[in-house]
Design a protein around this ligand. Structure first.
Ligand code: ARG
Length: 563
């Protein structure tokens, strides 16, 4: 039962306000003593020409109280105390019946969402920032699909641009074929860095690089072949990471995909009278919007990043007729996206307002020095493997004869990394600390996974409860707090969609785990006062496990049955 709705309906029977308006006004009181829902009467004072506290008193007398333990008034508020046994029964039974679907809805039905995330650059390492994008994007995808939206997942690979001319040049001069096959990205990065070092001494190299890119754009066989090879080798490496993370895409339509779609866009911009010459380059002026110009073509005639994004946005609208088009990209590109979206708007595309840049902060490491020297970067695969290794050590300490240790360590190690990314408001910077993120008792992935495993172990030992259950047995404050939290899952999800913020689901999952542990540490299931209480508690444990599992899965994290 949707209690908030019920409260609103009861109020609507008594006063003339639209149901939605009433629902908006309803608050969740800060303290349990003040009930489960509160309705402030201030706004009614004018209309009813009565003091708000008097309105509250009148409403309290006349309102239909079915389904509520009691209704009171505190000052100018009308406070509703739900019938705990009914609320508990409805909540737990709903969770258990709906199972993996609990928390889902159909609000997104018939709406297409394009969601672009990860988007690493080929021939370059997949770095910690790309993992930020990958985690957020994957989670938003899951969260939105869970609410019925039809989501298209796009990986906008950085696989086009003048740098590939340079790379071809570098390849022809310095490549070590054996190294390229063995560790492609490391080798491509090495020769790319070398190119820059050498070009400082011999500027003619730059010219050579430009020539190769020009030939690549013209479709010259040799260049295309090399570029394809760099792309394939890189993708193979990226796929390893995606496999570890269990992240998928519908399309790998990267920047190169738009190489033949840009002329038309440039022409369109020109026709709409938006193209201006500036220092030899072709730009769209945005000074009216307090922004530097959006560069469409460089002085050498080459198109750039922004041009490809304009082409991509239009392509996505035409192909997927999106309701929203989401770009999960670091905050340092905020200006770029503002320029692109504003240019689209100037081109007459009102749907530019449906394009959303979902930005995120920077990533640092607390217990590792991160050298910024050219070419020295943390490879994500190494980072994930390190996390798995550390998780293995912890398991060996805590529970060395656990079955399938390897698989458990993987889920814990990778889960811990993802959880760290999704724990706080995405715009905040992240400071990675191994000790913190792998701890079993902070606000961490392992802590939530451990809570789940604890619950599962009770259910294994005692079996799930069957037959009629007397939910009034769950009468303690801790038990009811947990039930209330479980009931709020869908609300948390909707809020996280509204803010495009997976951390709202992460915080929610942490709350469930915390409230579960409060209950579990204080009340015994096995040695409950009587059989009926034991049964009711078992149901509560079962429902909690289900919600933890559903919640973690929306973050892209798997549960473990034992740890
Ligand atoms: N490849 C870019 C990078 O690594 C991210 C691409 C962002 N997406 C876009 N549509 N511009 O920084």
């Amino acid at each position: 039962m949707d209690y908030k709705k019920l409260v609103a309906e009861r109020i609507a029977e008594k006063i003339e306000l639209p149901l939605e308006k009433i629902e908006e006004l309803i608050e969740i009181p800060p303290k349990a003593e003040m009930g489960d829902f509160a309705f402030p009467c201030f706004q009614l004072a004018k209309v009813l020409r009565k003091a708000p506290n008097m309105i509250a008193v009148d409403l309290k007398e006349s309102i239909n109280k079915d389904g509520f333990e009691r209704v009171e008034n505190i000052g100018s508020y009308l406070n509703f105390f739900v019938d705990k046994a009914v609320f508990t029964k409805e909540t737990i039974e709903k969770i258990i019946t709906e199972g993996e679907k609990y928390g889902s809805s159909e609000i997104g039905k018939g709406k297409n969402i394009v969601i672009e995330y990860s988007s690493p650059n080929i021939a370059k390492p997949f770095h910690v920032g790309h993992l930020f994008s990958t985690s957020i994007g994957n989670s938003l995808y899951k969260i939105m699909s869970f609410q019925g939206y039809n989501c298209v997942r796009i990986n906008h690979l950085g696989d086009w641009g003048t740098q590939f001319g340079k790379l071809i040049s570098a390849y022809k001069r310095w490549v070590d074929e054996e190294a390229l096959e063995k560790e492609p990205i490391k080798e491509l990065l090495r020769i790319y860095v070398k190119f820059h070092d050498e070009a400082e001494k011999d500027p003619s190299l730059e010219e050579e690089g430009r020539m190769h890119f020009k030939k690549l754009e013209e479709g010259s066989e040799e260049e295309v072949k090399l570029w394809k090879r760099f792309r394939d080798l890189s993708l193979k490496e990226f796929q390893k990471v995606y496999k570890m993370l269990n992240v998928k895409f519908d399309y790998f339509t990267g920047e190169s995909f738009y190489s033949d779609k840009m002329d038309a866009v440039v022409e369109e911009i020109d026709k709409k009278g938006l193209l201006t010459e500036s220092n030899g380059a072709k730009v769209v002026m945005l000074d009216k919007y307090n922004m530097p110009p959006c560069i469409i073509k460089k002085s050498d005639g080459a198109t750039i990043y922004a041009t490809r994004d304009l082409a991509a946005a239009i392509y996505r609208k035409n192909t997927y007729d999106f309701y929203k088009s989401i770009y999960v990209v670091g905050l340092e590109q905020s200006l770029h996206f503002k320029q692109v979206f504003t240019t689209l708007k100037l081109m007459g595309y009102q749907w530019a307002d449906d394009c959303k840049h979902v930005g995120f902060g920077l990533v640092r490491f607390a217990d590792r020095k991160l050298s910024t020297r050219k070419g020295e970067v943390i490879f994500l695969e190494d980072l994930l493997n390190e996390s798995i290794e550390k998780a293995t050590e912890i398991i060996n300490e805590k529970n060395s004869d656990l079955e399938n240790k390897e698989e458990v360590a993987k889920k814990i190690g990778i889960g811990a990394v993802i959880f760290t990314y999704l724990k706080n408001n995405r715009e905040k910077d992240i400071v990675f600390s191994w000790n913190e993120m792998l701890s079993f008792d902070g606000e961490t992935g392992p802590y939530v996974q451990y809570s789940y495993a604890r619950g599962k172990s009770v259910l294994r030992k005692l079996g799930t409860a069957t037959g009629d259950v007397d939910y009034s047995k769950l009468s303690s404050k801790e038990e009811f707090e947990l039930v209330k939290t479980l009931e709020g899952f869908n609300n948390a999800i909707l809020y996280s969609i509204d803010k495009l913020e997976p951390s709202i689901v992460t915080r929610y999952v942490i709350d469930v785990a915390k409230n579960f542990n409060k209950f579990y540490n204080q009340y015994s299931v096995m040695n409950a006062e009587d059989e009926e209480t034991k049964k009711a508690r078992l149901k509560l444990v079962e429902a909690t496990c289900q919600v933890l599992k559903n919640g973690l899965s929306l973050l892209g994290i798997e549960v473990v049955e034992k740890m």
